[in-house]
Each structure stands twice: as C-alpha cells, then as structure tokens.
Write a protein that binds this ligand. Structure first.
Ligand code: C5P
Length: 228
C-alpha cells in the first residue's frame, strides 16, 4: 500500500463475472483498502462471490429498501456473509433502518450498517421530477439525521455533502462517498462529484471509486495515481 489515503478506497467491482472480479481484486491488492460488491456482480454470481473476494474486505452495496421485516431478514443474511459493511436506503424510513441495524448487530456487533442518502447520479432537477423540492444537500442532511438517530454507523453521500453530514451527525459518523472523479475524468452518469483529494479534504471516511480505476488501461496504475 502506497500510503494511508489508498487504504480509504473501496474499488467498485462492477463486472459481471467472478473471474473478472477476482482478476481485478488481485491486480488491485495493495493499492486499495477494500472491494465493493454491488448489484451487478452479486446478481450474476450470488453470495459465494463475497467468500471468494474475502468478506472482511467487502462492502456489500445492495442498498436494501423494503418493509422493515424484509430488510431485517436480508440484513441478517448479509451480516452472516461476514462482510465488513453493507447498506440500506434511508428512504426506507427510520423504522426500516432500526430493524436493519438490530438484526445485523444480533449476528455481529462489529458490522458497519450504512444508509444511502441521495444517489450521486441525482441533481436538483431529477429530485424535482420525483416531487422532492429539497436541493440534494438539504435532502442528504435530512436523511443523514434520520440515519444517525436510528443508530446507523454512517451514510453514503457525495463528497459535496460531507460537511453538511458532519454538521448534522458529528465527526465520528462514517461518510462513504462515491461520485469521485480525477480532475478531467469522465463523469459517466455521476452528477455530484469531486476529485479524490477534495473528497479526503472534505473528511470522507471511505471513497468508492469504480470506472476511473476499473475502466483504465492499467487499473493498478490508475489506483496508484488516484491522489496525484
Ligand atoms: O464507476 P463509479 O466510480 O461511478 O462507481 C460508483 C459506484 O458507487 C457504483 O458501483 C455505484 O453503484 C455506487 N454508488 C453510487 N452512488 C451511491 C451509492 C453507490 O454511485 N449513492
């Protein structure tokens, strides 16, 4: 590992097969702090992919959002896989977040349970389309408050909202930030972005980086150069 900053990076293994995911993970070992397994890989390969990558280094990003009873049950199942962190949608409501946390902690009191606030692919216009008049920052702040009152360990938000989350929930509250793009890098579908260094300066606990590393010609080099 080059430096402390790289230990804060979860690389998003957004690929459709176990061989591709394992190849990326082994290429990036030593250059990142952990691996994010999301919907594409999990739906393609099932829970065994968590075991194959190494559960203690996995952030399971399945964004649970359902009634409290269902989310409690899948949170228990996710925790049993041994992952270090998983997430639920804050929009499921506080009762759902509390149910998720309680069920997870019954299995493992160390697992980190994180709430997804407003996806980094949203902006004010797309929130308005859904009838939400808040600006993303205000909505993130509102949802972060619900999450910290529910007892969650932290939230997923864009780097642009870290200071609002810290103001609402304090410095010990974990912030996980996708929407990270090297200066001049392609945004893809991300709208609320910052560079890796800016995200760290804002106080991000964890950075989630996908395509800037995984679509690079040399992913290990891209990871190494992330903070240059
Ligand atoms: O490729 P990119 O760096 O945009 O990848 C970001 C990753 O973070 C994707 O796997 C995406 O699903 C995830 N994510 C996100 N926004 C959130 C939560 C997770 O982009 N709010």
């Amino acid at each position: 590992m080059n430096n402390e900053n790289h230990k804060r990076v979860f690389v998003a293994l957004d690929v459709p097969s176990a061989p591709e995911a394992k190849a990326l993970a082994s290429t990036l070992a030593g250059h990142v702090g952990g691996y994010k397994i999301g919907l594409e890989l999990f739906c393609s390969e099932g829970p065994r992919i968590v075991e194959e990558i190494g559960p203690s280094e996995v952030f399971l990003d399945l964004k649970f959002h359902d009634i409290p009873n269902t989310v409690a049950a899948c949170s228990r199942a996710a925790t049993k896989l041994g992952v270090m962190m998983f997430n639920v949608h804050c929009l499921g409501g506080q009762a759902m977040m509390k149910a998720a946390l309680e069920a997870a902690r019954e299995e493992n009191d160390k697992v980190q349970v994180i709430g997804v606030t407003v996806l980094t692919s949203h902006d004010a216009a797309s929130l308005r389309d859904m009838g939400i008049e808040d600006f993303p920052r205000d909505m993130v702040r509102r949802l972060a408050r619900l999450a910290c009152e529910a007892g969650l360990d932290g939230v997923v938000c864009s780097p642009q909202e870290i200071s609002a989350v810290r103001a609402e929930c304090g410095n010990n509250f974990v912030t996980v930030t996708p929407g990270v793009r090297p200066a001049g890098g392609a945004l893809g579908d991300q709208k609320r972005v910052m560079t890796p260094n800016e995200a760290l300066q804002q106080g991000a606990t964890w950075l989630v980086v996908g395509r800037p590393i995984t679509h690079a010609k040399d992913p290990a080099l891209a990871a190494q150069n992330l903070f240059n």
